[in-house]
Design a protein around this ligand. Structure first.
Ligand code: ZN
Length: 374
């Protein structure tokens, strides 16, 4: 039996493989950081064995809320299903008897760099979409922004960015839904939206961290969602370049897409704690939430983060910084690693397909509020 994570997005440290029932593993820390939670590894030679994988350091992870969490497995890196997982004495224990000799396990269905490039390259074949090269990452990879729709002074400028936290792969699945629906010329919602708005989309804000198999940081250990007050070319080039581009082209609405390790729901985080939280922003937030609630049963607004006290928001967080900077509707969207407890799916849990569909649905909600954006 062999276990490796030496591939795009891989993360595991093998402690011992003495017998299939007692495989000891640890999650590796994000590069130059203390955070860890994301895992993704391949096992070969275990077909037919009742394997027990023990992740020994689960209790030291960034969010040790592993109750109700089930790991995902796949034989082909395409179709992912949940496998029995328990959290006992600080260890995450995955039990699975593989049907084939090669099997992958992961924290959530990965979204590889190759898939990322395919998503972008495919979108540019639409007449509606152009790729803009915005800059380079710390490790010299491209920072790509997709511009969908014909730029026009009178149109709303809507930004959607994802995967500042690279381990939150559901965020890029969500972007796949957004992008592919927007370029679908047979979709009346998209067509109507593009009459009113131009979309600026960054499907992966942290390509380096994604390839390293990090949960929260880039290759230098920098958490991009704490960089928006003062981004730099040296530490956070993605945030630096994208914020500059936002200043240049303008911004009427911004969504920042994430995954949440703890809560088994889809939800948004609002901006009640920012210094300039006006009635107008408050009303826009409510309008958008009501629109989305009416469209997707997968979305809810009952459970989420505790509200920030007025003036106490962390202004280095993207959505809050942007709401203040542009005096506009700007929200953090969170999807679960676990499942949507209101509509659970025991086989897949929250999944790539459901993330894609939620991404598609957000466009219908945006259409309902587009005329109200500044
Ligand atoms: Zn996040």
């Amino acid at each position: 039996m062999n276990i490796t994570s030496n591939f795009d997005g891989g993360n595991i440290e093998v402690i011992s493989i003495d017998k299939p029932e007692d495989i000891k593993l640890k999650i590796r820390k994000d590069t130059n950081s203390h955070f860890f939670q994301w895992f993704y590894f391949r096992v070969v030679g275990a077909s037919g064995y009742p394997c027990r994988y023990k992740i020994l350091n689960a209790n030291e992870s960034a969010y040790p809320a592993w109750e109700e969490y089930q790991a995902v497995a796949s034989y082909d890196n395409e179709n992912w299903f949940r496998v029995p997982t328990t959290y006992e004495n600080g260890q995450l224990i995955i039990k699975h008897q593989p049907k084939y000799n090669s099997v992958y396990y992961s924290y959530f269905a990965p979204f590889s760099y190759e898939r990322h490039l395919r998503l972008i390259d495919n979108a540019q074949k639409s007449d509606l979409c152009v790729i803009q090269h915005v800059g380079e990452t710390i490790e010299n990879r491209n920072i790509d922004c997709l511009i969908i729709g014909t730029p026009d002074e009178d149109k709303k400028k809507i930004w959607i960015i994802a995967r500042q936290h690279p381990g939150e792969t559901m965020a890029e699945w969500f972007m796949q839904g957004v992008i592919n629906r927007l370029i679908d010329t047979n979709d009346p919602v998209s067509q109507k939206l593009l009459d009113k708005a131009v979309f600026y989309l960054v499907p992966n804000m942290n390509v380096d961290g994604s390839i390293h198999g990090n949960l929260r940081t880039n290759s230098l250990g920098v958490n991009y969602n704490r960089e928006w007050n003062n981004p730099s070319l040296e530490q956070s080039p993605e945030v630096f370049h994208i914020r500059n581009m936002m200043d240049k082209v303008g911004l009427d609405m911004c969504l920042d897409i994430h995954g949440d390790e703890e809560l088994p729901y889809n939800f948004v985080s609002r901006n009640e704690g920012i210094p300039k939280y006006t009635e107008r922003i408050k009303n826009l937030e409510q309008l958008f939430l009501d629109a989305w609630l009416s469209i997707s049963p997968d979305f809810q607004d009952k459970t989420g983060y505790p509200k920030a006290e007025p003036g106490k928001a962390n202004m280095s967080v993207c959505a809050k910084h942007i709401a203040q900077r542009f005096d506009c509707l700007s929200l953090t969207i969170e999807m679960p690693f676990k499942d949507n407890k209101n509509m659970p799916n025991p086989i897949h849990g929250w999944s790539p397909e459901r993330s894609v569909n939620l991404g598609k649905s957000v466009l219908s909600a945006i259409l309902l509020v587009a005329d109200e954006l500044r």
